[in-house]
Design a protein around this ligand. Sequence first.
Ligand code: ES4
Ligand code: ZN
Length: 326
Amino acid sequence: KTLAGFIAGIPKAELHLHIEGTLEPEMMLALGERNGVPLPYPDADAAKSAYHFSDLQSFLDIYYRATAVLVTEQDFYDLTIAYLQKAVSRKVCHAEIFFDPQSHIARGVPFETVVGGIGQALSDANGGLGISTKLIMCILRHLSEEDGNAVLEQAVRWKRWISGIGLDSSEKGNPPGKFRELFAKARHYGFFTVAHAGEEGNASSISEALDALHVIRIDHGVHCMEDPVLVERLRLDRIPLTICPLSNVRLNVFGSMREHNLKTMLDAGLCVTINSDDPAYFGGYVNENYLAAAEALNLDRNDIIRLARNSFEASVLSNVQKKLYL
Ligand code: ES4
Ligand code: ZN
């Protein structure tokens, strides 16, 4: 069996996936047309060739602009169903999915429209598609804590569909501590919490996310290796890291896939997982991320099995549900 076939055949969980980052150029253009939202690209090929990024911010500018085509509840429903179908066909059995309500509210799209469309799609899939899901509402860290508090208060009324609170967007200049009180409130309300940290920021931002926000998992976290004390803490406490190899290379966190430290982290005994982040922008879904990392870093089949098992261990599924996969 080929390595690609092996990867495609094993059950996986995806834990770091922005639903807005699954907006493929074809759907972006169709929704732009449907909703009368102008786009800077004449066709899908032009969009794809514009997806060259120098760093996280240069990506975020293009990504937030594209999300402007998402207007109606049906748009959010269609976007989510399209991702879930791709996930199922790649043997993703469980997905914990991020969304960014503040980027939509700022454009005048109501919170209920966003959560209603995404939540209905997830709920329909749980019945028919054969994938389980959790929804994680991300707070945009470049905005104020006050702005984040407003969506947190709305999320409480949608607890039947929202399980966790995350933290994303520009890491530079927006340390985790800025959201200490918001995250304390989120935990008080019964949400689990995660945060992007150590993507462009250094190891201290990871420690700060653990100490100030009490997150159960770190998104990216690739800069942890700079701090041996932190590595030991992550290892002993089995704090999972959701790694996104293609994203890291496309955003110049690493100069090439061969320079990625995923294998080093795995060999250090960390609970690392492979995920796709924003697959419509970074050149592949979860299986392509496994394959690109495996080929560049010489991962063997035991490494791949370990990564897939880690993905279920790192999920928020109950122990009973995890036993189906571990
Ligand atoms: C993101 Cl790769 C990445 N980092 C931070 N925030 C994000 N939002 C969407 N993709
Ligand atoms: Zn991300």
